[in-house]
Design a protein around this ligand. Structure first.
Ligand code: SF4
Ligand code: SF4
Length: 173
């Protein structure tokens, strides 16, 4: 009888609540001292990645900005030189900003990026008290370097870092 269906569904739901209340262990995290591990597919705050030598992976191509459905990313690019090199190839992102109030954490920017420069990390601690604070700049997004001499810009050997996109060992990668 259809009339009993809502009552049956409601009973199932209440039964589930009762089962977890009686038989499941309560888990309390002492946040913010203890942070809960996120799921592998969690999409948190973005990071701008570097290569092992400290050069920035971002080449300022703006593909992430073009792919973003929320119009949350702003990129401005400038020319690299071997005296002052930020990233491999011709250009680097001189300005990179993400408006976190607009972002819907869809991950399209990550998918569009040809160098895997932008990735959505595991940081979920986003809070602001005004709109200006919600705009994350390149300095805030860029990962730190492993050693002082890896900071960008770097002076490098001429004609070494000419490719903007790394050569793939396996084209199916
Ligand atoms: S996660 Fe989605 S909405 Fe957020 S910046 Fe990237 S493309 Fe835009
Ligand atoms: S993050 Fe990737 S897609 Fe966006 S400008 Fe940099 S290299 Fe291009």
């Amino acid at each position: 009888m259809r009339v009993f269906e809502p009552i049956i569904e409601l009973s199932k739901g209440l039964g589930e609540v009762l089962r977890s209340f009686l038989f499941e262990k309560t888990v309390t995290y002492q946040y913010p001292e203890v942070k809960r591990e996120v799921r592998p597919r969690f999409r948190g705050r973005h990071v701008l990645n570097r290569y092992d030598n400290g050069l920035e992976k971002c080449i300022g191509c703006s593909l992430c900005a073009a792919a973003c459905p929320a119009d949350a990313i702003f990129v401005e690019s400038s020319e690299n030189t071997d005296e002052k090199r930020f990233s491999p190839g011709e250009r680097y992102a001189s300005t990179y900003e993400i408006n976190m109030l607009r972002c819907i954490y869809c991950g399209f920017c990550e998918d569009a990026c040809p160098t895997e420069a932008i990735t959505l990390g595991d940081n979920y601690e986003l809070s602001f008290t005004d709109r200006k604070q919600a705009i994350y700049t390149k300095d805030m997004l860029l990962l730190p370097v492993k050693a002082e001499n890896m900071l960008t810009p770097q002076k490098v050997e001429p004609k070494v870092f000419t490719r903007s996109v790394p050569q793939m060992e396996d084209p199916r990668d």
